[in-house]
Design a protein around this ligand. Sequence first.
Ligand SMILES: *Cc1c(COP(=O)(O)O)cnc(C)c1O
Length: 427
Amino acid sequence: MERKLQTETLCIQAGYSPASGEPRQIPIVQSTTFQYATSEDMGKLFDLEADGYFYSRLANPTCDAVAAKIAALEGGTAAMLTGSGQAATFLTVFNIASCGDHIISSSAIYGGSFNLFSVTMKRMGIQVTFVDPDCTEEALNAAFQENTKLVFGETIANPALTVLDIEKFARAAHTHGVPLIVDNTFATPVNCRPLEWGADIVTNSTTKYMDGHGAALGGVIVDGGKFDWTKYPEKFPGLCTPDESYHGVTYTERFGLAGAFITKCTAQLMRDLGCVQSPQNAFYLNLGLESLPFRMRQHCANAQRIAEFLQNHPRVAWVRYCGLPSDPYYALARKYMPNGACGVISFGLKDGRKGAEEFMKRLRLGAIETHVADSRTCCLHPASSTHRQMTDAELDAAGVGADLIRLSCGLENAEDLLADLRQALEG
Ligand SMILES: *Cc1c(COP(=O)(O)O)cnc(C)c1O
C-alpha cells in the first residue's frame, strides 16, 4: 500500500512534479494566453474535452500547481485559487445559491464575510439567517427553510475566536440535504482539516497564514468531492442540469462528484467574474506553504506563552484564547485542533478603552495593523479603528467590547515579545 504522505511532506512536494530537466521550483507562468497549432486543438479545450490552458482567467499552470498542493493539504479532490479570500467566499456561495435562495451562516464570522452575506448578497436576492455557533442542534435545525442551499461557518472565527463545532454543523446541513462550507483561514489545514469532520467545501484566505509574510493577497476553494448534488437535483440545478452558457454541459455528469463543483466555479463564475489570483502571487503563496507547518508551530507556541502571561498579569481583565484550559472553547479546540489552533488572541485591560490605546502606543515590536496572521506580531484596537463609528453599547452587541485588543502573535522570539508586552503594560 502506498504511504499516505504527512503534512510537512505535502507542503513541500504536492501539486508539482517536474519531468526530467524541468525547473525544480514551480515556474511563474507569466502569460495571459497559450498558443495552439490548430483551431481544432483549441476547440477541444473550449468544450472541456481536453485538459490544457488557453487563457489565464480560466486556468494558469502556476495557479493550478499551487491549488493542487492546497487540495492535497485539505484532503480535497479539486481546488482553485482566487484573487482574495473574499472572492473565495463569494464564488463558493454563489456557485450553489442564487436569487431567491437562502443560506445559513454562523454569526461569528469575519466582518467582510458578514457584510458580503448581509448586504451585497442580499442585494442579489440571497437571504441569510445568522445563527449563534453555540446554539443547540434544535435551534440550528429550526433555521432551515425550503430554499436553504448551504451552511457556512469558520473553524476559528475572526475576530471572535469561537471554535466551530464542525460535526454539529455538518449533521444539521446533511439532515437537510445541503453542504457545509467552512472557512479554515485561522486554523489552516496544518491544524485542522474540516473535510475530515464532515465539511463539504473549505475556503481559505491565503492572505493570512498560508502566505504568511504579508506579501500577497489571495484565496482558495477546496472541494471535498463527497457531497452528492445529484441526490437533490431540484435544489442544485446549476450542478445537475445543462449549463446553456457552457455548451450545455451538465457538470455532475461530465466531471463526477470529484470535479463538478470546481469545474463549474471555474468555467462559469471565474469566466464571468474574473477575480483570479496572479501567477506571481501564487508563487509567493507557494513559498509560504513550504514552511507553513513550521510557522504554525511557532505562531501557536508564541500565542500560548503570551496568553498565559496575559492571563496572570494584574492589569489584564480577561483573555480569550482557545489554548487556555479556562477558555470556553478549549474542549472543542482539543477535539478539532489537538496540535494547536492559531496565533491570534484577544484580551481586555482593566483600564478599558483608555488603557488599550495607551498600551498599544507603547508597544514597540507589535505594530498597529488591520492585518492578522503573518510573521510580524501586530495588534488592533477595533473600538478606536475599524469599529470607531460604533457606540460602546453597539460594540458590546457586536461582541467587540470597547476594551478588546486583538493580538496576532508573529514568529519573533517569545522572550522578546513578552518583554515588549511587559513594558507596554507596566510602562
Ligand atoms: C481575511 C479573512 C477573509 C478575507 O480574506 P481577504 O484575503 O482579505 O479577502 C476571509 N475569512 C477570514 C477568516 C479572514 O480572516
